[in-house]
Design a binder for this molecule. Structure first.
Ligand SMILES: Cc1ncc(COP(=O)(O)O)c(C=O)c1O
Length: 191
């Protein structure tokens, strides 16, 4: 993240609003934990050590900046189309970018574990990778339908040391995995 980008970073107000959009909607038990994360985030993005660690990991671990590809064949139809090759990042998606920042923040806040949900498995793989890299435990909630569909990503998460929590409620997909991850998080807040 370049310093000039940081200087122009648009953050929401204290109520989580970006102008007329957004807003904070959280379970009451979550409010305190979310406030701690928010304060931690607002502090860490001003921390020179964090910025330099992010830059180092983005360049040497993730492989950024990813190149921009001119899709010439597609562009013959009219508009010039350029693709930012975020798929070339380590783990194959943009998600590793924020997962590394999140795990660095969790470490800074003295946390030992990160918990997340995944659907297709890309988010789970990215977080499991960042957690393995930086030495935190990782717990990933995933619907049973998605587990069956996305087995290679489940294997990757396990190899990376993540604990997979299968979620069979409802449709057994991402929405239920989100609920399950939050429930688990709230249940472990005191630990
Ligand atoms: C926080 C979070 N969880 C889950 C997902 C779903 O992604 P995936 O299907 O790869 O798990 C996303 C996608 O952007 C995400 O940002």
């Amino acid at each position: 993240m370049a310093n000039e980008q940081l200087n122009t970073l648009v953050l929401p107000d204290e109520n989580g609003n970006f102008g007329k959009h957004g807003g904070k909607i959280g379970h009451p038990e979550l409010a305190k934990a979310l406030a701690e994360i928010e304060t931690g985030f607002r502090n860490i993005i001003k921390d020179a050590d964090f910025i330099s660690e992010m830059k180092r990991l983005q360049a040497t671990y993730v492989g950024r900046p990813s190149p921009i590809y001119h899709a010439r064949t597609l562009s013959r139809r009219g508009a010039q189309i350029y693709l930012k090759r975020e798929d070339l990042n380590h783990t194959g998606a943009h998600k590793i970018n924020h997962c590394i920042g999140e795990v660095l923040l969790a470490k800074k806040l003295g946390k030992k574990k990160v918990i997340a949900e995944t659907g297709a498995g890309q988010h789970g793989v990215a977080l499991a990778t960042a957690a393995a890299l930086l030495g935190l435990e990782c717990e990933i909630h995933m619907g049973v339908v998605d587990i069956a569909k996305e087995h290679p990503n489940v294997s990757r998460m396990k190899i990376l040391g993540a604990k997979i929590v299968p979620v069979s409620a409802g449709a057994g997909t991402l929405k239920e995995a989100v609920d399950s991850a939050f429930e688990s998080y709230v249940g472990q807040l005191g630990e």
